[in-house]
Design a protein around this ligand. Structure first.
Ligand code: SF4
Length: 172
């Protein structure tokens, strides 16, 4: 790159890419760089630019937990400050094995949240990210008066109870 005119150099490169060395049908015969271009020399210019193969999004299965306490409050948790959906609050999610049925899902939930009373709902949802596909199944749960958490709450997530508006908190 010429030190006295980097901006002109960049501009020239952009115009070359837009008008001459295009991804499809590059104009190699009139290209000012054809004497230095190895792709042209070897006759393989149509093989460039090399496209990355797209990898299929990885499926991940979660039980999503609508868990209320004896006061009708809903448990919510905050995602870690880094990574996917960083810092957002959500209903607790428990990762499941791919072919988990309701029984395995309930076992996985109880391993994290103790002996909550659980009901699977018919709600299933698929959420697509570029690299992941979340398969979400909703479970309703109720942590009774004498509930004790099986694992310490918090871990990498922060948790809290959210008081619902009175009309939606009367189900228990
Ligand atoms: S000669 Fe090389 S740089 Fe020029 S248009 Fe062809 S492929 Fe692109």
């Amino acid at each position: 790159m010429p030190e006295d005119d980097p901006s002109g150099f960049n501009q020239g490169l952009m115009e070359l890419g837009a008008l001459v060395c295009r991804p499809k049908q590059p104009k190699c015969e009139s290209c000012p760089l054809n004497s230095r271009c190895m792709a042209y020399e070897e006759g393989v210019q149509s093989e460039y630019p090399v496209k990355k193969k797209k990898t299929a999004p990885k499926p991940v299965h979660y039980a999503v937990l609508a868990l209320k306490d004896d006061k009708g409050r809903l448990l919510i948790e905050k995602r870690p400050d880094k990574g996917l959906l960083a810092g957002l609050w959500q209903l607790p999610m428990v990762m499941l094995k791919e072919r988990s049925g309701p029984k395995q899902a309930e076992k996985a939930i109880r391993e994290e949240y103790g002996a909550v009373h659980l009901v699977q709902t018919p709600f299933h949802y698929k959420h697509q990210f570029s690299h992941l596909t979340w398969h979400l199944s909703l479970y309703e749960g109720w942590a009774g008066e004498n509930h004790s958490w099986k694992k310490e709450m918090g871990r990498s997530f922060r948790t809290g109870w959210f008081s619902l508006p009175s009309s939606s908190s009367k189900s228990h």
